[in-house]
Design a protein around this ligand. Sequence first.
Ligand code: UD1
Length: 358
Amino acid sequence: MDVCHIVGARPNFMKAAPVMRALGERSVVHQRLVHTGQHYDANMSDVFFSELNIPASDVNLKVGSGSHARQTAEIMIRLEPVLLAFKPDVVLVYGDVNSTVAAALVCAKLQIQIGHVEAGLRSYDRSMPEEINRIVTDRLADLLFTPSEDGDRNLLSEGVEARKIHCVGNVMIDSLIRFLPAAIASSKYGLPERFALVTLHRPSNVDEAATLKSIIEALLEVNTHLSVVFPIHPRTRQRLESLNTDLSRFYLLDPLPYIEFLALQRMATVVITDSGGIQEETTYLGVPCLTLRNNTERPITVDLGTNVLVGQDVDRLRCELTKIVEGKVKRGTVPPLWDGHSSERIAQILCNMPALLK
Ligand code: UD1
């Protein structure tokens, strides 16, 4: 069976790594990896390949940044001849970034089977570009690997045939479990005992100067209770530079490698974020998470985990933070199948499909 994995942006890498490893243990499988080049800075891409032991990509499409239409179109244009040459039996796409939907569109037109890893998540907020990517990718996919049962329910309610849906659990947690010992062993950066770890990159939070300013002001307030450690995404750094705000009281860091960031999450008193994956990682780690969004495509992290949605409501943030500082933290449980074996389940399902085996 020829499997081609498509990755492009930071959150893809820790999802593809364990699936590649699980498939790599099967002699019937031949794998190729295409990097679209959506993320290209060393600290947004290369460092994840080396830390997560991902083999070098067979092809890098080097699309770089651009508007949504331009980036998506460029990936499609450059990927089509690659897939025509590789002729894979199945293409695996991950998550909800532009590289995911672009690859799914190319495969659907070439009639190549598509497996979507992390299928079925819905925020029901179409102002999020990722929601559009999720809906379209799931619509086109032949195999939908969901991280939790809410994903199955969403897909069934959209009319996806039950036979295509496989609840396998969360592959990102496979990586977390594998690399947690390394994170525990890694250094502490000389950081304070108690700190809030902050990440911020959603266009809805950082692209409007007024919104970003109010979030930064709230974080300055947080800073009166806890130190603030803030690894800054390139998109956010660009926006902050034009904001002219004094950030000197924060521990500002460049985007961090996977293991270092995992170490920080583990040690944090609270994580304040607008990321998707971090809501899941904190739930697994049992670390309180305050999400600066009004909705989430990962409601299980709120229902079962440690996640609380605070939107952009500064009073809510302040109130939830006070509870955490006073030790009144939300205790969560780890969702079913987030057990480190999700990739193995995907590999088994693929290898049990006669249509894919040559
Ligand atoms: C993308 C994903 C988002 C994911 C995030 C993780 C989409 C629609 N969005 O958002 O779901 O949560 O990745 O990081 O796919 N840039 C650099 N260096 C890089 C990459 C980007 O400087 O290596 C800068 C560029 O100015 C670029 C901007 O960051 O324009 C945004 O990058 P882009 O890939 O368009 O979206 P992200 O915000 O990273």
